[in-house]
Design a binder for this molecule. Structure first.
Ligand code: SF4
Ligand code: SF4
Length: 305
């Protein structure tokens, strides 16, 4: 059902800044960190379980820069593609940035993903983002900027900055969970998107594994996306659990919009939802979840054109 095994690896939820839109290290969430020895063992087990890509994320991974380099080296040794998601705070000067990036390149990092938004940039200057991106260009390390936006007009100036400096960037819609629940949601202006998701799991520093790395970790009414803890189960078992779940498979293939329509949501209602909010309406509601589960192998599976 799902042959490519990739995972978002939360080594620590600690961060050096506090973004008003943060989902991962939001106010009130505990600061936790995995032991380096456990992380190394998990990476080795992931390699045996055919995991091909690891994205180190959660808080700010470079608060533990030496550990990150060690984990990246382990990924390289095991033939696993590695990515680190960072806010770029460390790129204070060109020299400092070059030193960090060249070390990562030598350790075998596959890609650096640098976060950028009007919320991040209240704490990290745009010059640091430029330093980090330019160091990647100089040392031949693949990178991209993750431009988090709520598509408000004021973000045009941020995007213009990225364009003016010819940086490689991809817009990422703001997810209204964690701290971002306090941010006013502008209305959605779009047609009828399918809302399909890659369904790459997330591993927390406490070794809890979830079927998705975004808002799905916070569906606490049903715990629909919780797979189990690696202290009690193997990597292979938890991946298999996700891959055997027909509803997760349908999120990837059919998409959430068709599932909502199947449940009787009106089209005019569906288009008002953002993707993760629609997912919450389906999967963090016992009633909707039960109905989806009951029909997953029958009517829902055949709900195709
Ligand atoms: S940099 Fe990332 S992890 Fe840190 S507060 Fe901002 S959004 Fe959260
Ligand atoms: S829509 Fe659901 S599966 Fe997709 S990213 Fe959001 S929470 Fe995860």
């Amino acid at each position: 059902m799902n042959n490519a095994r990739q995972i978002a690896f939360g080594y620590s939820t600690r961060c050096n800044i506090k973004c008003d839109h943060c989902v991962a290290a939001h106010d009130g969430s505990p600061e936790t960190k995995m032991a380096l020895r456990s992380a190394v063992q998990i990476i080795e087990e992931m390699s045996r379980s055919h995991v091909t890509g690891i994205s180190f994320t959660a808080g700010e991974p470079f608060l533990y820069a030496d550990d990150m380099n060690e984990l990246v080296r382990r990924c390289k040794k095991q033939g696993i593609y590695s990515r680190i998601v960072t806010n770029g705070y460390w790129a204070r000067t060109r020299d400092r940035s070059d030193e960090m990036v060249s070390t990562l390149k030598n350790s075998g990092l596959s890609q650096l993903r640098i976060s950028f938004s009007r919320w991040h940039q209240k704490n990290v200057t745009r010059e640091k983002i430029l330093n980090a991106a330019w160091s990647c260009q100089r040392y031949g390390l693949d990178y991209f900027i993750s431009f988090v936006t709520d598509f408000e007009k004021e973000d045009d100036a941020q995007e213009q900055f990225l364009q003016d400096h010819r940086l490689k960037y991809f817009p990422e819609p703001l997810i209204y969970f964690g701290n971002a629940t306090r941010i006013k949601q502008p209305p959605v202006f779009t047609d009828y998107p399918a809302h399909r998701c890659a369904m790459n799991p997330y591993l927390s520093p406490d070794q809890d594994m979830f079927a998705c790395c975004d808002a799905g970790t916070q569906f606490t009414k049903t715990d629909a996306f919780y797979l189990g803890n690696l202290k009690n189960h193997s990597v292979d078992h938890l991946f298999q659990k996700k891959e055997d779940n027909l509803l997760f498979h349908l999120i990837k293939t059919m998409g959430l919009t068709a599932m909502a329509s199947f449940l009787g949501f009106r089209a005019s209602e569906i288009v008002k939802y953002r993707k993760c909010n629609l997912c919450e309406a389906l999967f963090n509601s016992s009633d909707h979840l039960e109905r989806l589960k009951k029909s997953a192998k029958t009517e829902l599976l055949h709900w195709t054109r």
